[in-house]
Ligand binder design. Structure first.
Ligand code: IVH
Length: 679
């Protein structure tokens, strides 16, 4: 390659890597796999090494990605948060060891091998044992202050636990990864699929997207978790552990969640053995693990090895390549969901991948198919990234035959033939026909399911029968079912029929949120349904709501956690005369859902409680805290008395705190308040 050619290629690669950095770090919506990204970056680094005249500190190879987002305060890290060098090759792992042996002038080196957690890097600071701050990596030098969101993580202690032999330093910054369990990832994606929203490709993107939400209540709905694996700033320095293994023991003793398992290893052969064992075990971990991190164990040697501008010399990530296979795409089928969303599914020639047989993979939506130009008959690469949902990554164009023509996404619903529509701001195409038999079936199944009206005896199969018979054409028909019709369904069905009718009758007095959830309004899941029930108190009030009942000026939500997208979906739902009529019909048939105990237009979790505020809170002003307390039905008073329920104290709290102690009034901190509000 001539220098001129190299210069052109370098410029191309820089632009491409920068674009993918932006997609991954800021938008949490990568377009290519980690493996392909790493390959691009590696090609760039190799060229820059070969043609040093073109190297610059502005190159993405010389920087860590930037996750900073709008709407957050930034915070400058006391020590930069670096990235890690990574490799997919055993030989390079051995070279890493050889370099360190030379650099540190030791024959043998002690390491620890840890899982590499595929989440979002975070730094958490404790002062005198209390959590004061959580910050994302940002650009490595400064990150976003996400304390309020981090406080919703149940397993992250606000207060470190005292432990024998592990005194808590005055200031300690620990670093780790925020992640979502695979189960929670699945749950959220299922909800999104039902709501016709784009699915997240993996838990990492979902965790990153979640932590960057501006509304902590919304964050709390998705159960984020955290694992801590590294040390940042520590004061006094004499409180530092001697080794990485010690560090793990200490953080565990203080009650912080740490890696599920780590392996001490002497020399590179033991390191390699540990890496392989980790690869075998990682499926059983709660988090997605995309590799192993190998770290020099003694902190003294870590300091001696030091770091480059970007990454420490004493650590290396070995990444497990996602498993891929090539197979033929036999057909594309279309599934119609409860809300009418058409989801294309790849029907594959069955192929072995990461220990399972893969015969189907989601193709997400029409745009995805067009972007990748996926055609029936193509040979496609299927990947199970992070062992999650199999995805079609790319087409092998070399094996494409002229018989493969571009895929024409259906313009009609494959079930009822109605012309499909695309709603504003959505990628999905929908069948707008509310009477579409698949939709009716799915809607009724949803309405009767455990998470909604929970009607015993009205399971998936029974609903199929009732819809097939034509007895149930909409939700109200459930309450019109006739005993004599049901008795024709078989011999000796008397008992089950009576049980079913009794369960249907009981459901007329179900809790209001169950009915709201059961209506199947786009975007409205269980948590939102509960908030709506509490706020509106009746179906009629919800159906009559206007936009300003949800959204104030400057797009502020009236109900915490109900944003504009959901508000518009609710309004749209009730603008449809069919849906409005359904509410009246249900009513006429005797459905009288139970409103939440206290149907005041605000939440009432703090009703009857009086708070006194003092000192500086970590993330809110006192006014903001007072507003939250009042919105939850509590009162705020200026002076502490025996009637005070709680004193909310921040930093430099004064005489009110002393008074509280004198009178025995419980003292809480901001985190505790948020917990009360969230719980
Ligand atoms: S140590 C100074 N240990 O992977 C180096 N990082 O690809 C500090 N990561 O930036 C990192 N698991 O966000 C370390 N056990 C582990 C890790 C880990 C995941 C992340 C971390 C890092 C990134 C590099």
């Amino acid at each position: 390659m001539t220098p001129a050619e190299a210069q052109t290629r370098i410029a191309q690669l820089r632009a491409e890597v920068t674009r993918h950095d932006e997609l991954y770090h800021r938008r949490a919506q990568p377009e290519i796999s980690d493996f392909d990204y790493d390959r691009l970056k590696r090609e760039l680094a190799d060229l820059e090494a070969q043609f040093p005249q073109f190297a610059t500190t502005a190159s993405p190879t010389a920087q860590v990605g930037d996750d900073r987002a709008e709407g957050f305060q930034t915070y400058r890290h006391r020590q930069p948060m670096q990235s890690l060098d990574n490799t997919y090759s055993e030989a390079e792992l051995r070279e890493f060891h050889a370099r360190l042996v030379k650099l540190l002038e030791r024959e043998e080196l002690a390491y620890v091998v840890e899982p590499k957690i595929d989440g979002l890097a975070v730094s958490v600071t404790y002062e005198k044992g209390r959590l004061v701050r959580a910050v994302t990596r940002g650009n490595g030098v400064e990150g976003d202050d996400i304390t309020a969101n981090a406080l919703t993580i149940r397993t992250l202690p606000r207060q470190l636990r005292a432990a024998a032999g592990a005194p808590i330093p005055d200031v300690i910054e620990v670093r780790g990864e925020i992640y979502l369990t695979l189960a929670e990832f699945q749950r959220i994606n299922d909800e999104r699929e039902e709501a016709g929203e784009a699915l997240y490709a993996n838990p990492r993107n979902l965790a990153a997207g979640t932590i960057k939400q501006l509304d902590a209540a919304e964050v709390a709905r998705r159960k984020l978790e955290i694992v801590l694996y590294g040390l940042g700033y520590c004061e006094p320095a004499s409180a530092l552990p001697a080794t990485q293994a010690d560090f793990h023991e200490r953080v565990q003793a203080w009650g912080l969640p740490t890696v599920e398992k780590f392996w001490p290893a002497r020399g590179v052969d033991e390191v390699w053995k540990a890496v392989q064992e980790l690869d075998r075990l990682r499926d059983s971990f709660a988090y997605a693990t995309d590799g192993a991190v190998v770290k020099v164990d003694p902190l003294q040697l870590q300091r001696e090895a030091g770091s480059t501008s970007k990454a420490p010399r004493w650590a290396m990530a070995y990444k497990f390549a996602a498993q891929r296979a090539e197979t033929r795409l036999n057909a594309i089928t279309i599934q119609v969901g409860r809300t009418g969303v058409l989801t294309p599914v790849a029907e594959l020639e069955p192929v072995q991948l990461a220990g399972t047989t893969v015969a189907r993979a989601t193709l997400h939506n029409r745009d995805e198919i067009a972007r990748k130009d996926i055609r029936v008959g193509d040979w496609v690469q299927v990947e199970k990234a992070g062992e999650i949902i199999p995805a079609v990554i790319a087409v092998n164009l070399e094996r494409r035959t002229p018989a493969c023509v571009p895929y024409a996404f259906p313009e009609q619903c494959p079930v009822c033939g109605t012309k499909v529509v695309q709603l504003e701001g959505e990628v999905a195409l929908r069948c707008p026909n509310l009477a579409c038999p698949v939709q009716v079936r799915r809607r009724v199944q949803h309405f009767a399911s455990k998470a909604c009206l929970d009607i015993d005896g009205l399971g998936v199969a029974m609903v199929d029968v009732l819809v097939e018979k034509g007895w149930v054409k909409n939700l109200a028909d459930i309450y019109r079912l006739r005993r004599e019709d049901l008795l024709t369904l078989g011999k000796s069905v008397e008992k089950s029929t009576d049980n079913l009718l009794a369960a249907i009758a009981t459901s007329k007095r179900a809790e209001l949120w169950r009915v709201i959830h059961g209506l199947g309004i786009t975007h409205v899941g269980v948590a939102a349904a509960k908030d709506l029930a509490k706020h509106f108190g009746s179906l009629e009030a919800l159906a009559a709501a206007r936009l300003e009942d949800f959204i104030r000026e400057k797009k502020q939500s009236v109900i915490d956690g109900i944003g504009e997208t959901m508000a518009r979906a609710i309004l749209g739902h009730f603008q449809n005369p069919v849906n409005r009529a359904l509410i009246d019909e249900l009513h006429a048939l005797g459905l009288a859902p139970l409103a939440p105990a206290k149907s005041a237009p605000v939440s009432a979790v703090l009703a009857g409680k009086t708070f006194v505020l003092t000192g500086t809170l970590p993330t809110m002003t006192r006014d903001e805290a007072a507003a939250k307390i009042e919105a939850a039905g509590g009162k705020v008073s200026g002076s502490v008395s025996k009637k005070t329920s709680y004193v909310l104290a921040g930093a430099e709290a004064g005489s009110k705190l002393d008074k509280a102690k004198e009178l025995g009034v419980p003292v809480i901190d901001e985190a505790e308040l948020l917990r009360m509000l969230g719980g």
